[in-house]
Ligand binder design. Sequence first.
Ligand code: KMH
Ligand code: ZN
Length: 276
Amino acid sequence: MNGTLITVAPTGAESSKAEVPALPVTLEELVTTAKECESLGASVIHVHIRDAQAQPTLDLARLKETVTALRESTGLIVQLSSGGSVHDPESDRLAVLEAAPDMASCTMGTVNFGDDVFLNRWEFIVELHTRMRDRSIVPEYEIFDLGHLWALQRLLDKHGLPFGGHVHVDFVMGVPGGMPGTVQALAACHAALADLPEGTTFSATGVGRFTLPVMLASLAASGHLRVGMEDTITYAKGQPVESNMQLVARAAAFARLAQRPPLSPTQAKDLLGIKG
Ligand code: KMH
Ligand code: ZN
């Protein structure tokens, strides 16, 4: 399919509302952001939610309310984060699936995450993968390092394909502790996809100053894009991001320049094997 899937990751679990006032943290802010990002070319939304104090939470009732509101107000594919924050227990991260999103993230290994550790044990990964298939949820496999692709090959060999049969991965590049956001690292990941099922697709996101090089490298390698304030709060050197819409608009413009315009949510569903 000759178009670009654009995922917006508007909030994340790392930035604070006090320090980044443009971060969408309430349901109303999230829905408004989602609608505007859809109109600019996003087809998937990667969702982390916040509580009444704007702190990261995996509260199930809030997650269910969020999925419903996003479905009512947009045509976007709703992808919940099962990664949460580095402090969330495995039980809460698994329970995210009970909110019945279209997609959920599934990180393919443990990685140092700045001064913290983002823990993803093998048994936990297998449980996430299996429960997603049981619940008809399409995974996006999050790849923070090259070895995570090898772990994905092992997962699929031992435990079978995900729901829908299509494999989609997201290279998260430039996290301190993971792979760098360089053309060379992206090329290595791209080459490793040859060992995954035929037709495997990828998107890529570069954290912070890696945003632009990773976006351009991904487009050049026929990849898709993830952008948003989860990954960067700086638009250009010395220029804070004004909104998620600013990042989606830039990604859509680059995609058009590359002659691969943004996919609609319906086209993105076809690509990812999402029914309905
Ligand atoms: N917040 C990070 C610790 C995901 O959403 O699945 C994990 C993360 C990955 O953002
Ligand atoms: Zn996330």
